[in-house]
Design a protein around this ligand. Structure first.
Ligand SMILES: C[S@@+](CC[C@H](N)C(=O)[O-])C[C@H]1O[C@@H](n2cnc3c(N)ncnc32)[C@H](O)[C@@H]1O
Length: 312
């Protein structure tokens, strides 16, 4: 599939794609900076980007580089030693996950302020719920730490939209689900959503991703493929610049939930979630997302939860 597939796009989307394509001719700044750095720079500072590129081409290139080395030796050393992906991972682990872990080091057996917890809330905080995230939330927690600070059976329900795909399946998500099975009371509920392997692959085969690209442009202001062919969208779904660890289809998520002690796993739609919890903001992402609801068995006990791993 090449640019020919762009012909299927609407006029508005074609215009945005054209904008994308002009970026293809941009050169890397210095040999030390990879294409990813350039893309990131471009995505964040579109206005000064051209100026930076012309500086990088000018005779001031060497003095600027020397000044940069003198100013930021640790960052440049890191770029010499590690790949972009490793640096991004270390930054995430040290600057975001570690502070959240340290914050909760002594929190055990906590009764949450609200019995309804919104995990990985990000900027979409919901009133009447305990909005949890790595930072800036009502109660910062690293969901990948293998342990939750709340008391057994202290929650009525948990909602988490587009978060589970950010966790490693075996070492992070399964322990989290086991912990959730412990802290949610018997007959309590869990509602999850994430990108759907089946919908993404079906879009690739049946529509060459055109439907999902249009949907993404409509809902994600500033989203860009940076001039790459439309097939790269499937990589964005699966990897999202290294943030996504696994996507799920119903079978895989059902397995993860039942093997962590949940039952009555059902595929639902966003409309079902909003009907049950109208206070949640709409995502309008049924075209790409898998929505699932499950419950803790009525007779569940904390001891039934398998796969617990030690914290830190
Ligand atoms: C794609 S955003 C989804 C945000 C929100 N749920 C929504 O629907 O827009 C993923 C969220 O998961 C959070 N997240 C990722 N890994 C996490 C972790 N280990 N612990 C806590 N939150 C995490 C991120 O900080 C981010 O806010």
């Amino acid at each position: 599939m090449g640019e020919g597939s762009v012909a299927g796009l609407s006029r508005e989307v074609r215009e945005r794609r054209k904008g994308d394509l002009t970026n293809q001719s941009l050169p890397p700044l210095f040999s030390g900076l990879t294409r990813t750095s350039v893309d990131r720079l471009h995505g964040k500072t579109p206005l000064c980007f051209d100026r930076v590129v012309s500086l990088a081409r000018s005779r001031w290139r060497l003095p600027i580089l020397t000044w940069g080395i003198a100013r930021k030796p640790p960052a440049l050393l890191a770029h010499l030693l590690f790949s972009e992906a490793t640096i991004a991972r270390m930054r995430f682990d040290v600057l975001q996950r570690l502070p959240a872990r340290l914050k909760r080091l002594r929190d055990r057996d906590i009764v949450p302020r609200y019995p309804r917890v919104h995990l990985g809330a990000g900027t979409r905080k919901v009133a009447g719920w305990l909005n949890v995230d790595l930072r800036g939330s009502d109660y910062d927690v690293d969901l990948a730490s293998g342990r939750l600070p709340w008391r057994t059976n202290s929650l009525d329900c948990v909602v988490s939209e587009h978060v589970i795909e950010h966790l490693e399946l075996r070492n992070e998500l399964l322990p989290l689900l086991s912990e959730l099975q412990r802290v949610i009371r018997p007959s309590g509920e869990i509602w999850l959503s994430c990108p759907d392997i089946e919908k993404v692959c079906r879009s690739y085969v049946d529509h060459r991703m055109v439907d999902l690209l249009e949907d993404r442009y409509a809902r994600w202001k500033g989203y860009s493929l940076h001039g790459m062919p439309i097939s790269h969208l499937i990589n964005d779904f699966f990897h999202q610049w290294g943030q996504h660890k696994n996507l799920f289809d119903f079978e895989l998520l059902e397995w993860a939930l039942t093997s962590s002690g949940f039952d009555d796993v059902r595929r639902i739609s966003e409309a079902d979630l909003l009907a049950r919890f109208p206070e949640f903001p709409e995502r309008r992402d049924d075209l790409e997302a898998l929505y699932v609801r499950a419950s803790v068995p009525a007779a569940a006990t904390a001891a039934a939860a398998p796969g617990r791993v030690p914290f830190l």
